[in-house]
Design a protein around this ligand. Sequence first.
Ligand SMILES: NC(=O)c1ccc[n+]([C@@H]2O[C@H](COP(=O)([O-])OP(=O)(O)OC[C@H]3O[C@@H](n4cnc5c(N)ncnc54)[C@H](OP(=O)(O)O)[C@@H]3O)[C@@H](O)[C@H]2O)c1
Length: 331
Amino acid sequence: METNGTTRTLGRSGIEVSALGFGCWAIGGEWQDADGQPLGWGRVDDEESVRAIRRALDLGVTFFDTADVYGTGHSERLLGRALGRRRDDVVIATKWGNVFDADTRTLTGADDSPAYARKALTASLERLGTDHVDLYQLHLADADPVRAAELRDVCEEFVREGLVRAYAWSTDDPERAAVFASGEHCAAVQHRANVLQDAPGMIALCEAAGLASVNRSPLAMGLLGGGHTGRRVLEAGDIRNRPPAWLSGFGDGTGADPRWLARVEALRDVLTADGRTPAQGALAWLWARSPRTVPIPGFRSVAQAEENAGALARGPLSGEQMAAVDRILGR
Ligand SMILES: NC(=O)c1ccc[n+]([C@@H]2O[C@H](COP(=O)([O-])OP(=O)(O)OC[C@H]3O[C@@H](n4cnc5c(N)ncnc54)[C@H](OP(=O)(O)O)[C@@H]3O)[C@@H](O)[C@H]2O)c1
């Protein structure tokens, strides 16, 4: 699967990507659900986001993950603008399944129907300014598996029509992922994985089924970057300031959880031993975890883009460092 240290192949699709993707959730800017729960990461500077994407391209990053719902369409538009004529140099992953109102930047519901999948794909292509999506992902993590099997077949239709090259389910449930894995052009699972939150069941499935393991939240939503001390105050519009039940590691209005920060601190020496920054060490842990993994850290600045892309050249942690991590975390 690994052609060299800095590229990986998306499952059985033959699509080659940089071993690091860029996650485009945060750059979508502020949006919320109907109850006012923030779903973005606070305010962002679009021009800085565009510069960060272009810097990533210059540094060899060829994989970008977004979703129609991030910033209710804004992330896709921004990515399309930043890529411009370089669109064919990269692999674009986006997602569908959530319903939203772009005028009020509000998530309004979910739709797992085949008709909505086609409508959503058409809208994503328009926002991204392209005629195909490389990796199309079902964003409804807990969707009904029977309905999902229909959506898998719809994705096969999209492939036949040339609108999509490969597809995936974004879910943390290996049984659900297996429903998609049986489709010929299923190439990946997108799931949470980072040094603090391993995903052994899902990684085993990816290895057995020949899928890429696309890792969301590879920096534990910023905690592994090392910049969250107990004193860092998060913006009101930052989802981490009012974490929903599924979001671990942050308290309600209180920032990073001290118990999580203690584990981050305990790992610091081993993750940074070879001159890596903490974020680079966290990415290197994922590459060492399996030859299938492709972490997709989020970013909001050129500096973060440079630091994260810089991890590629340093490659995975050593076997000894991996064992040290397990010892420190009591695994
Ligand atoms: N399918 C899904 O349902 C789903 C869910 C979650 C995420 N995702 C995808 O996965 C991507 C990444 O996951 P994520 O956004 O949850 O979190 P993440 O990648 O674990 O953390 C990203 C955050 O870490 C901080 N950061 C980035 N680079 C850093 C560096 N070099 N040093 C220090 N801090 C750094 C930034 O926030 P601060 O600087 O503000 O701390 C950044 O926004 C998303 O963008 C999205 O594409 C998908």
